[in-house]
Design a protein around this ligand. Structure first.
Ligand code: UD1
Length: 416
């Protein structure tokens, strides 16, 4: 298994180009199934998860090429409506095929994802959304088997504004008969990107960026040339990397509007921030200040940056509290950070962090993508050498991570 060997102590300075957003790319790539023909999707990050999605599309019957961050997908013959366990277990987002397969073929067999590194992560909202549109949903040999003659529009209120279930329902509803209204829908920019993609293919969705999406079903969709939005989580990770090492960084190709709460929190921590169109500059001159923060659904502070924020606050002056309201049990990074000298106590879904002046390098293990990124950030500021194991998690979500960090002045290398 590959590891990162990191020598801590350098501050990070320089410029990073931000990639396309993984969590926007995955549903858009999968949504191409709905519109037969050849699609060109640009600004697709070259990551393990996008390569897994390519495999998934190929299993379903699409012809796919992926070069220079452009995925060309021919969905003319997608005649195998199946997402097998081997792929779903490595990438939960494979579950996104349920809606489009039902929409185009009226049948889908999708392996049930099961739990993930930080908890059970159910899919009940996805399934009740498909049932509300008229599908029959059964469980057979660990697979969800869904069938329908014709999906029919409906009004559906999500019990929680799930990103995945909103995307799945959107993709199912665009070809349904009549009008669908999704209430308490997710407002994340990745969902708005999916709405833009679907509307360009000929779908009729209104209410983008709000908690109520209205979809008027259409008979068919057509292929398009489309570009993925910048990755706000990758951007936030690099901003926190500069803040934790008291450096100065410029991010290019970002969408500052998607990072409002993140920039607000980083300013509270003491960072100086300047915004210019698609650029963000951050400078952190002193030890971070302690703060209280809550990870919430968009436009709140993202749960996908909660681990990196806890890493930052572990070297802050004073005591901080971080609550996660999206995932109650997403704190597998905490015991690993404690191994590097952080002082963190858990109280249910709240981390209570007593900032220390200095972390000390050591061996740690990535529990998942973002927790892995948080450990790398902590190792970059810790004294001495850290070995960060199981970095295949990080490879799911960060393109050229160690090259980017090296260019900024970090000492990090990959080893077998
Ligand atoms: C997406 C992101 C993930 C991010 C999360 C929250 C992708 C590929 N992944 O995941 O990085 O952390 O949004 O911003 O885009 N829930 C249920 N039942 C369901 C669905 C969700 O109880 O059927 C719960 C989850 O357990 C969780 C909460 O709802 O507590 C939010 O999950 P959701 O928004 O669905 O996350 P994902 O779409 O899986």
């Amino acid at each position: 298994m590959e590891k990162f060997i990191i020598e801590g102590g350098n501050s990070l300075n320089g410029t990073v180009e931000i990639s396309g957003a993984k969590n926007a790319a995955l549903p858009v790539l999968i949504a191409t199934i709905l519109a037969p023909g050849v699609h060109t999707i640009r600004n697709v990050p070259n990551l393990r998860d996008t390569r897994t999605t390519k495999k998934l599309l190929e299993i379903i019957g699409a012809k796919v090429t992926f070069e220079n961050n452009i995925m060309q997908i021919d969905t003319t013959n997608c005649d195998n409506p199946v997402a097998p366990y081997d792929l779903v277990k490595t990438m939960r987002a494979s579950f996104y095929v349920l809606g489009p397969l039902l929409g185009r073929y009226g049948t889908a067999t999708v392996s049930l994802p099961g739990g993930c590194a930080w908890g059970p992560r159910p899919v009940d909202i996805h399934l009740s959304a498909m049932e509300a549109l008229g599908a029959k949903v059964d469980l057979a040999s660990g697979n969800i088997v869904a069938t329908v003659d014709k999906l029919v529009g409906t009004e559906f209120e999500m019990r929680f504004p799930s990103v995945g279930a909103t995307g799945n329902m959107l993709m199912a509803a665009v070809l349904a008969e009549g009008t669908t209204i999704i209430k308490n829908a997710a407002k994340e920019p990745e969902i708005s990107c999916l709405v833009d993609f679907l509307n360009e293919t000929g779908a009729k969705i209104s209410g983008k960026g709000t908690a109520e999406l209205t979809i008027e079903g259409v008979n068919e969709l057509h292929p398009v040339d489309f570009s993925i939005i910048p990755d706000r989580i990758e951007a936030g990770t690099f901003l926190i990397a500069a803040a934790i090492t008291q450096g100065e960084i410029t991010l290019k190709n970002v969408e500052p509007d998607h990072l409002g709460k993140v920039l607000e929190i980083l300013e509270q921590v003491g960072a100086e921030i300047q915004i210019r169109q698609n650029e963000i500059r951050l400078k952190q001159e002193n030890r971070p200040k302690s703060i209280n923060a809550v990870a919430e659904v968009y436009p709140g502070f993202p749960t996908d940056l909660q681990p990196q924020l806890i890493a930052l606050l572990s070297v802050a002056k004073g005591n901080s509290r971080v609550i996660d309201t999206v995932y109650n049990d997403r704190f597998k990074h905490v015991p690993e950070l404690v191994r590097l000298g952080a002082k963190i106590a858990m109280d249910d879904n709240m981390a209570v962090i007593s900032g220390v002046k200095q972390l000390a390098g050591g061996p740690v293990m990535c529990p998942d993508i973002r927790a892995g990124a948080a450990l790398v950030l902590a190792a970059l500021v810790a004294e001495g050498t850290s070995v960060v194991d199981r970095i295949y998690h990080i490879d799911r979500g960060y393109e050229n991570f160690e090259e980017n960090l090296t260019n900024l002045g970090g000492t990090i290398r990959r080893s077998d």
